[in-house]
Write a protein that binds this ligand. Structure first.
Ligand code: ZN
Length: 425
């Protein structure tokens, strides 16, 4: 079974939960992740806690929510699709007129066949989201509305998985877990994180410590940073926001705020050697946890390598963002392989320095063919090019970029050069 197939199967399990920034949907999602990887720590941050500039809101849970005609027919039902209920709807019970009901209905006229995903975390309201094409079926004078939700003192829940390495320097991978049933802009990042964590746990050893966090978007990163920032600030070597990584469309890249960090260098190198088109977005097009991690004073440079970026694909924040459409096994597999390569590069990163003065003579070291014939010297040329950049300033990724040789090959060549004492790592 490929990793893409395994991730996809796990996402089917997570699909139905009604996730939000707090509540049992996030908790259940985290418990399922812990069933896969038992080292996951689940942290509860109580309602009312101040986290950076934010305050943890009341915990939200839903038992049922529907709109029913007076003859008893449910015309909108949260049970059918959790996107039908406006996220964070306050409780409501009553019989109301059609016009009053319509004030609480949200649709997407430009995409009449899709249910929009709408939330109201920080202003109290209730509402239902439906397909625009179904609006005309709300044609009776009165309806019964039940929103059996609960907003109470509880907590915000997030998960943290630490995979210790030889050094305490960290590679931080963040993903959010606060969206209900949506595939690319939600489940893909969770699935990729779980698969990458399993891959790292199965390795004999890792040089770096890897941390995977599963957080409600934005406020979850504030909660995480409130607790961890002093500890991690100097430790994070690279940071990635794993999101929107499950389809098979064009790649997307969102840089860190400064755009010139090690995270940026690593990500751009990986994209360069994919030899596939990718779209580079500006920091001004951000919309996720990098806003918190890259904020002035926090300054943890976080980048995102995505497939179809949030906000940019037609199905984004609608019922069209579905497994099989915006997330495919193949899409997940290729993104997984890309991140594996990135981690391998980081694990082998070094700043080699030549140990001979001038260009070395390769022949006596068995590194140069004893017959010089036109067109037969590419491997030697690659080796000399790599060696020429071994000045103690360039790291593995610089050498790869400058020589035009992918990191896996540069690692091989550096190993040969090191074995022949031509460089110091
Ligand atoms: Zn979203």
């Amino acid at each position: 079974m490929s990793s893409g197939e395994e991730i996809y199967a796990f996402l089917i399990k997570l699909w139905p939960y009604c996730r939000s920034i707090t509540g049992n949907g996030v908790r259940q999602t985290l418990h399922d992740i812990r069933d896969e990887i038992n080292q996951l720590e689940i942290i509860e941050v109580p309602t009312g806690s101040k986290v950076l500039d934010w305050t943890i809101p009341p915990e939200w849970n839903v038992k049922s929510a529907f709109v029913r005609s007076l003859s008893g027919k449910k015309i909108i039902d949260f049970e059918q699709n959790n996107l039908h209920l406006l996220g964070y709807s306050i409780p409501f019970k009553g019989i109301i007129s059609r016009s009053e009901l319509l004030e609480h209905i949200y649709t997407l006229p430009e995409q009449p066949e899709l249910i929009p995903y709408v939330t109201s975390y920080y202003k109290e309201r209730w509402g239902f989201c439906i397909r625009y094409q179904d609006l005309s079926s709300i044609n009776e004078d009165y309806y019964e509305v039940i929103v059996d939700s609960e907003l109470k003192t509880g907590s915000l829940t997030y998960g943290e998985l630490k995979i210790p390495g030889e050094t305490s320097e960290e590679i931080l991978c963040s993903t959010y877990c606060c969206h209900p049933s949506m595939a690319n802009d939600q489940l893909s990042g969770i699935g990729l994180s779980v698969a990458l964590a399993k891959y790292l746990l199965n390795k004999k050893k890792n040089r770096y410590t890897y941390k995977f966090i599963f957080i409600p978007e934005i406020i979850g990163s504030a909660a995480y940073l409130q607790r961890e920032l002093p500890e991690i600030k100097s430790r994070v070597k690279a940071a990635f926001n794993l999101t929107c990584c499950g389809d098979n469309r064009t790649w997307s890249y969102l840089p860190s705020r400064k755009g010139n960090s090690f995270s940026d260098k690593v990500a751009l190198n990986a994209l360069k050697f994919l030899n596939q088109p990718y779209q580079t977005f500006s920091w001004n097009n951000r919309g996720s946890d990098e806003s918190m991690f890259c904020a002035p004073g926090v300054d943890i440079p976080m980048v995102s390598i995505m497939r179809s970026k949030y906000g940019e694909f037609a199905e984004y924040h609608t019922s069209g963002d579905q497994l099989g459409i915006t997330v495919t096994e193949d899409g997940l597999e290729t993104t997984f392989q890309l991140y594996k390569k990135i981690f391998e590069g980081i694990e082998h990163n070094c700043k080699p320095i030549s140990s001979v003065l001038g260009e070395p003579q390769l022949g006596p070291r068995g590194l140069y063919p004893d017959l010089s014939i036109k067109g037969s010297t590419t491997p030697v040329k690659d080796m000399l090019n790599v060696l020429s950049y071994c000045d103690g300033d360039n790291d593995l990724f610089d050498i790869s970029n400058l020589s035009g040789i992918r990191t896996e090959k540069v690692i091989e060549l550096l190993t040969i050069l090191n074995n022949k004492d031509l460089i110091k790592l």
